[in-house]
Write a protein that binds this ligand. Structure first.
Ligand code: PLP
Length: 269
């Protein structure tokens, strides 16, 4: 019996199952890695928005990370909703003490409905404490504005934002341009030297809940399986593009992407 790759998500619970911890674990499954979780906050959430947020103590988040890493070990880790500065500081501390593997930071600030998922006073901690520990940070354009103050509306702006974010310490930056009004969904990957443009056909669907989590989780899974960063991000982008193709309506609002498209019965036939 051989060990299987293990990935850890440190993120919030989405009771609707479309984003957060639930999206990450389904995506890890679809990418054939064993998924572990450290929950930061529980959201009461459905397809129409976030009704309530219940944050865990930072010590409870640290304990979840400590016990799984010390026993099981982990090949790659991602962070999602971190809720507040104490939790961010606890995660950064864990990253400095423990072998978490490559660290993918999805700097989640708000849901697609505009509900805040990070306290305003936690942004400084995210920038100053966690970004310097990150191997990859994956902001959308709204998160770019929160983290750098830059307003991006074209490819040159995405490159400038990638440079500004790289100066904050992460080894790689993926600026996601999905909200730009272009024919394709364009992302820019930057390592401090070269820019790589990644494009995928844009799909006309409102059911995109969990897109960012799925991209970051699939990228983390590929890193856990041993891929280099460029290969992992390409795999993540391919995975989320197929998940958007597999999205479906659910509830009265925004439905989820199909995180587990690869393991649906018809996908196996
Ligand atoms: N809820 C939780 C717990 C999340 O972690 C996230 C995103 O990371 C969201 C909601 C928002 O997902 P979306 O922006 O795709 O609606």
């Amino acid at each position: 019996m051989t060990r299987r790759p293990v990935a850890l998500t440190i993120a919030g619970s989405d009771s609707g199952g479309g984003a957060g911890i639930q999206a990450d674990l389904k995506t890890f499954l679809g990418c054939h890695v064993h998924g572990m979780s450290a929950i930061t906050a529980v959201t009461a959430q459905n397809s129409t928005g976030v009704a309530g947020i219940y944050e865990l103590a930072a010590s409870a988040v640290a304990e979840q990370i400590d016990v799984v890493v010390s026993d099981i070990g982990v090949e790659a880790t991602k962070t999602g909703m971190l809720a507040n500065a104490d939790i961010i500081n606890a995660v950064a501390d864990a990253a400095s003490r423990l072998q978490l593997g490559p660290l993918v930071v999805d700097p989640v600030c708000a849901s697609q409905h505009g509900d805040p998922l990070l306290r305003q006073d936690a942004i400084t901690a995210l920038v100053e404490t966690l970004l310097p520990c990150a191997d990859l940070v994956t902001p959308n354009l709204g998160e770019v504005k929160v983290l750098t103050g830059l307003v991006v509306d074209d490819l040159d702006g995405m490159r400038a934002a990638a440079r500004a974010l790289h100066d904050l310490g992460p080894k790689w930056v993926l600026v996601k341009g999905g909200h730009l009004p272009s024919a394709d969904a364009l992302d820019v990957l930057y390592d401090g030297t070269d820019f790589i443009e990644l494009t995928a056909p844009r799909r006309d669907t409102p059911h995109t809940h969990g897109t960012g989590d799925t991209l970051a989780a699939a990228t983390t899974a590929a890193l856990a399986a041993g891929a280099d960063m460029i290969t992992a991000v390409r795999a993540g982008k391919a995975y989320v593009t197929a998940a958007v193709d597999d999205s479906f309506p659910l509830g009265k609002g925004l439905g989820p992407v199909g995180h587990f498209w690869r393991v649906r019965p018809e996908a196996a036939s």
